[in-house]
Design a protein around this ligand. Sequence first.
Ligand code: APR
Length: 232
Amino acid sequence: MNPRKIVVLTGAGVSAPSGLATFRSLGGLWEQHRIEDVASPEGWARDPGLVLRFYNLRREALATAVPNDAHRAIADLQDRFEVVVITQNVDDLHERAGSRSVIHLHGELRKVRSTADEATVEDIGYTSVALGQVCAKGGQMRPHIVWFGEDVMHLDEARRHIEEASRFVVAGTSLAVFPAAGLVRYARDKAEKVVVDLDPPAVSGGFRVLRGSADVVMRGLASEWLGSGKVR
Ligand code: APR
């Protein structure tokens, strides 16, 4: 274990204080849309226009969202630690708060990729992608998002980071979706393990449970670990 290494596994609850909808809380995204219609290859095949609109709206909302204290506190830990963020979130708020090492397991909202060549990935910022927008090889551009039934990204890299961490934080995730949720088992027994959530999910392995909003709790945890209340 690396005594200076912190790994934080985040979910939608970390971005909730920034006003971005979670998935399974009341009124969340999966209450407004059927997953199979907007987040599956079958839904894409059935109605690509609906899928593009779903992600265009979320990308547009991201343009006006700002990082909250959870993102900022995690970035502040970099003052004294090697911090790797492993996120299920597709927003760019960790990066905008200053986190320098962010691994997106489920893709990135700002990026689109070609259906003809998955190596063709473009960052379109907060703009929209339309039907008929194709890559040089003529493939329709699609959201660079992992849909249900598709392979999660960077899983082995994420596991290796968790195995090296002396501090492991699980923040703002229901741990409802695998294989991302299964990563928690790679934390070392001797690592300091913390779960941060409004309504903490059950997680075995000796986690310290901090119940509360991620922006408030992460600010306190970062102050504790930085030792001098240095968090902005
Ligand atoms: N502070 C801390 N936790 C919060 C807050 C908050 N302000 N608001 C909500 N939460 C918690 C909820 O209690 C819940 O445990 O965040 C978690 C959100 O859970 P989900 O909505 O299931 O989101 P997430 O765990 O990120 O979903 C994982 O599922 O649909 C897929 O790809 C999608 O990446 C997503 C994955």
